[in-house]
Write a protein of this length. Sequence first.
Length: 480
Amino acid sequence: MDRLLEDTGAGPLALAVLARFRRDFHACLTARADELSELADAVLCADGAVRCLAALSLAPGHRRGHGALYDAVNCGRIEIARLRRCLAGLPLPRAADGRLMLAVDVSNWLRPGAATSPDRLFCHVYGRGKGQAQMIPGWPYSVVAALEPGRTSWTAVLDAIRLAPDDDEAEVTAAQVREVITRLIGAGHWRDGDPPILVLFDAGYDPMRLACQLADLPVEVLGRLRSDRVLHFPVPARQPGTNGRPPRHGREFALADPGTWPEPTVATTTATTRYGTAIARAWDRLHPRLTHRSAWLDHDGPLPVIEGTLIRLQVDHLPGDRHPKPAWLWSSATGAPPADLDRCWQAFLRRFDLEHTFRMFKQVLGWTTPKLRDPAAADRWTWLIITAYAQLRLARPLAADLRLPWERPAPPGRLTPARVRRGFRNIRATLPCPAGAPKPGKPGPGRPPGSKNRRPAPRHDVGKKTKRAASLKARLERTG
């Protein structure tokens, strides 16, 4: 315990911030509050990874039985809107230039054998080898997190939404990012004159559409493109005396055809320790050619011309891959100098830190461990895991390096989330406990032994329930 707090002056402040967040979290619990609060502590204080939900009732800090534990997960209530505001009000990491970096990605809670669980979708899951992807039923969650500038396994998770069968993923993601940024502005994390908030997306999103939907916010969208996309340059200046309808798109830029690539507007070469030499080339003011199909089917008026900067990043090697393919990125900012070009691709590499958070959620904190039937209970457990991880992040300055004998010492301030969790039991002993003492009780009678279940749960189909028309012709044919 004497090694718990370092003599730096940051310990008492971090302890106060953590204690206040624990009180705010308890205030967000409106039903089974004490049990949910103790359940979050049990996730943080349990020995080793969480492998069984009922076993958390035996963890230090949990004073109730396993029956109360399941009752809280299935029937508890959390004010999600209030909890989101609490997370937005916490201190957040920033890049070197002071801007916020947000990453958006989807993580799947796989439930392949849960035929009685509603709202399951087919989730895309990668196999161990190339070309071994599978579609497995489960609950996909869209997660938004703030990123740190350097190489780290820490992120600040700000929001999570479960995608329903009738949801348009792009519309839900745009609304989710809009709400997160609105809360961050309300919490004072962005003010007039600050650099735009950088929002990072992977190849599964359409960054052009998201940039159009978020155009009224102080954001800069950066996303990865598929290597078969075709973009267009601006229309060249019209010659005098030319007749006819003016074109809206310039010459083509096919990502898969080097013959269509002109000289880049900006090019940089950077030597890195992890990837070798990184060569970045950028072409300014490229846009996609939109048509009245799919996502733009219901757009009123002329389709927009969404210009941005196209970036091609080529590195010497990746971990485990000696011959990596180039990555194509698209940024909603235009006219970027060489310094901004390097900032963009370096920030995109930080997006993969969110994968460490997902692995921490699933393999250590036991996010996908419970076999829950109700999606509402899954949402409740998800927010409990997010809150537990937020407490780990706030406890970073307070944790001692309780390493195993075969582990290397970690430098100050570089503890991983798993190492901070090892010492959280000691940190919790110095914090006030917002949960009240348990009341005496006895378990219910349950179903008599040998009796059959006379009310079997209904079965639910997997997949989308609403099929959207891809074109105006398909819609007219469907509606007659």
